[in-house]
Write a protein that binds this ligand. Structure first.
Ligand SMILES: O=C(O)CCC(=O)C(=O)O
Ligand SMILES: [Fe+2]
Length: 251
């Protein structure tokens, strides 16, 4: 059954840039995904394209062009199709996913910087809180300025771009300050799905217990009609809910 977004959740998404669907996935499904990823990490399961990692390597696993079977099945899980279509306004295409073994403490950013027009489905595969690093979100920032790659380089006339000379991380912090909007830490329980707008400023919050795992997964989706391809250097593969893999043609 599709995850249903209520009128209230749609209004919340529009206003705040995100909404949470409680218990979107069953606990056992989350456990199975975690077990699979632990096996993949340790080399107990082998998948072509996924070398076993060092025993202490818990860095996030980004998947763009070579999906392992479990990741692919989550990426195009039929329950995600309807809410993502509603939020994107058309058929969604998955373009990347991220598996987090631990909290990321990733600095503030907008996913739309890399993937204009994207919507994210972020799933807590275990309970998530301050101890293992919450997802932190600046509420309503999706309606404020969006940083673009072109802002960091000279414009066509050779004049400096508005953020030229800034590091990306510092630029997002500055934008966050200028917005003067509150930041919230998302407390999620296992199976909750957070849908959020790619223009929303967010980060991986501080981790109190660095030994703690924070199994979570994020799929990033763009509208089917989105062309040209938003990446500058990456593969042009999209995975769609009809099971078809599509490539964006080079012009
Ligand atoms: O989970 C995190 O720590 C960061 C997630 C994120 O940046 C994303 O899903 O786009
Ligand atoms: Fe992100």
């Amino acid at each position: 059954m599709a995850l249903a977004l209520t009128e209230y959740q749609l209004a919340e998404y529009d206003r705040d840039g995100f909404t949470i669907v409680k218990d979107g996935f069953a606990q056992q499904e989350c456990d199975r995904f975690v077990e699979y990823m632990m096996d993949l990490q340790a080399g107990r399961t082998t998948v072509e394209g996924y070398a076993p990692r060092a025993a202490d390597d818990w860095s996030r696993l980004i998947t763009r062009n070579c999906h392992h079977p479990m990741g692919l099945s989550w990426m195009i899980d039929p329950r995600l199709r309807k809410p993502l279509s509603t939020l994107l306004g058309e058929e969604p295409d998955g373009v990347q996913s991220m598996y987090f073994y631990k909290g990321s403490e990733q600095r503030r950013h907008q996913d739309a910087y890399h993937l204009p027009g994207c919507v994210s489905a972020w799933v807590a595969l275990q309970d998530v809180g301050e101890w293992n690093g919450s997802l932190r979100i600046q509420v309503g920032s999706q309606k404020r300025p969006v940083l673009e790659k072109s802002h960091f380089r000279p414009d066509p006339d050779g004049d400096p771009g508005p953020w030229q000379g800034w590091s990306h991380d510092d630029a997002f912090d500055e934008l966050f300050e200028r917005n003067q909007l509150p930041e919230v830490a998302i407390e999620a329980t296992k199976g909750d799905v957070v849908f959020f707008d790619g223009r929303l400023i967010h980060r991986g919050g501080p981790i109190l217990d660095h030994d703690a795992f924070r199994h979570s997964w994020a799929g990033h989706y763009i509208p089917r009609s989105f062309d040209p391809w938003p990446y500058e250097d990456n593969p042009r593969l999209r995975v769609s809910f009809d099971g078809v893999c599509r490539f964006t043609p080079t012009s």
